[in-house]
Design a protein around this ligand. Structure first.
Ligand code: MN
Length: 561
């Protein structure tokens, strides 16, 4: 079979037979998490392959041994100081964050290169939230109006003030066998402190407001160390819940699902856009069905380990989905929205700097690919499959994708859409998926829930209080187990298509990649990605904490895990 647009294909009948068949096999489900458009059934070709299953099992082989050793120790050794959280890794390597997570540097750096680098934003000088800082006595040697005016103050706000963050009244907290769970909804303020040497500086935390409903203490680094650590851990709990439900589940897995469904339903197997996109959807629907059965099911890990009840946690995902749009979440637009796009204003933001290298590589590749198959806009207008694809993605009765045009008029428009889709399935998902291991499997750094409420102002916080707030033994063990499982395996690698092609097509599209202009485009894409890898390695030599989540060799093509 040769790649072909519908208007040029001599086998029109074969094409429409295939599409009719596909429409019988793929349907939308709007009921599971209304109004989201998810996939109803899982066609056989979408199932995890034998290779995938075998390789993934192998990648987690050490986990059962590790957990047995943890269980054996737990009888002798209850959690009675913070150090004990390191004991959950008798066999698996202890994540590096375990040795630094209590420091302000590691705390601030996680906003820029951690598991969830998508919350921090620039604080506008006129924003009323700046007043919280103005009242703090410890700021008398710090020129707040000047720092605000010069755009050096940032905020991570989990109260629901910023769009799609944790709503103030939405999560009351779930329960577990021994009582209640809590979700702190703090505001954390940060300062980009210039060191005076050219473009050098450092992000430092300034203050944390734990409770915005009542007059309560605003914590700062001048508080007793354990009080300040407690406040930082409350931010980490909020960030962990935002990460899993919003940044990870909603803004990668859920928003991309309609694209996999509509591509299968509207484009012939040999449609160039289908050939380009399907490797980027490989195993996405299988994972989505698995997640519904085993992650967000009643009694499952989200229900058991996250702070909210299952319904409350899913509400957070629904909220994030509702605030998402395809155009608003192209990588450059999303950075600009948070005021995080200016390199002169904020010279250190690894997620942005490494992400842009990958965005640009994908954009160049997609531009070459689309321009090759669509030399003029007339060719786009005549492509009835492409037009049905766009119409169904945008439709209320289809993918319900916000920001998706119902009609494609220009190659440029298609390039922007396809670049955002590939970036979201590849780099964006990998950037939030794999740090589940490096940053979140160690429960004391990013606890998935708080097991004690924010204290009354007069209550003293000591290590015992912090230990009661952190996940108890069994919960910490389960957190490690699930988050390690979700980030131990890499099916493929961004820009390398052999594996998914072989599994999808049994080589029937050999000519797409062997000889000819498309093979050259793919090779150039791979070269660009390898250059990006070298730049990231060089950048990491200058970074106090290396950022590996967007190294192209560790980024997948698809949301396959
Ligand atoms: Mn994932």
């Amino acid at each position: 079979m040769k790649p072909s647009l519908p208007q040029n294909d001599p086998n029109a009948q074969q094409r429409s037979d295939y599409i009719n068949q596909q429409r019988q096999a793929y349907h939308f489900d709007y009921d599971f998490l209304s109004p989201l458009a998810l996939s109803k059934e899982l066609p056989a070709i979408e199932n995890l392959s034998v290779d995938y299953i075998a390789e993934r099992l192998l990648a987690t082989a050490e986990l059962p041994v590790n957990m047995l050793a943890v269980k054996a120790r737990s009888f002798l050794d209850p959690l009675d100081d913070l150090q004990d959280y390191e004991d959950f890794f008798p066999v698996l390597p202890l994540p590096a964050i375990a040795k630094t997570y209590q420091t302000d540097r590691a705390f601030a750096e996680q906003r820029l290169s951690g598991a969830n680098p998508m919350v921090l934003r620039l604080l506008d000088p006129a924003d009323p939230r700046a007043q919280i800082l103005a009242q703090l006595p410890s700021f008398k040697f710090f020129n707040l109006p000047k720092e605000l005016q010069e755009n050096n103050i940032y905020i991570a706000d989990y109260t629901g003030t910023d769009p799609s963050y944790l709503g103030p009244s939405k999560v009351q907290g779930g329960t577990y066998e021994k009582g209640r769970k809590y979700l702190p909804k703090p505001r954390a303020f940060f300062h980009w402190r210039w060191t005076g040497i050219r473009d050098r500086g450092e992000m430092v935390p300034l203050a944390i407001q734990l409770d915005t409903n009542r007059e309560s203490h605003v914590y700062t680094p001048s508080d007793p160390p354990l009080d300040w650590l407690f406040a930082k851990l409350c931010v980490q709990v909020a960030d962990a819940n935002h990460h899993e439900m919003c940044s990870h589940l909603a803004l990668t897995h859920l928003v991309m699902e309609p694209f996999a469904i509509v591509t299968a339903r509207q484009l012939a197997e040999n449609h160039p856009l289908s050939l380009l996109l399907r490797p980027h959807f490989r195993f996405m629907l299988a994972n989505s069905h698995l997640a519904r059965a085993r992650l967000i099911n009643p009694g499952g890990p989200v229900d058991g380990l996250l702070a909210g009840s299952l319904a409350e946690s899913l509400e957070l995902a629904r909220d994030a989905y509702t605030n998402w749009s395809l155009d608003g979440f192209s990588f450059p637009a999303e950075l600009k929205n948070r005021g995080m796009d200016d390199v002169n204003q904020l010279p250190h933001y690894p997620y942005r700097d490494d992400g842009l290298l990958l965005w640009n590589a994908i954009h160049t590749f997609v531009t070459g690919f689309i321009n090759y198959f669509y030399p003029t806009n007339d060719v786009i207008a005549e492509d009835i499959e492409l037009q049905s694809w766009a119409a169904e993605l945008a439709s209320e009765k289809g993918g319900r994708v916000k920001g998706m045009p119902a009609q494609i008029d220009t190659a440029q428009q298609l390039i922007e859409i396809v670049t955002t889709v590939i970036f979201t399935c590849g780099p964006q998902h990998s950037a939030v998926n794999y740090p589940q291991d490096y940053y979140m499997s160690f429960a004391a750094n990013m606890p998935l829930a708080a097991y004690r409420d924010i204290p009354a102002a007069e209550e003293a916080i000591g290590e015992a209080y912090i230990l009661k707030m952190l996940p108890p033994h069994q919960r910490a063990a389960e957190q490690l187990q699930i988050l390690f499982t979700l980030s131990a395996y890499h099916y493929d690698r961004l820009g390398y298509y052999d594996k998914s092609y072989q599994e999808l097509y049994n080589k029937c599209f050999k000519e797409v990649f062997e000889g000819g202009p498309i093979e050259i485009l793919v090779q150039q894409f791979q070269q660009e990605l390898n250059i990006a890898e070298q730049k990231i390695d060089a950048n990491n030599k200058k970074r106090v904490i290396p950022y590996i989540s967007l190294k192209p060799s560790l980024v997948l093509n698809s949301i396959s895990i």
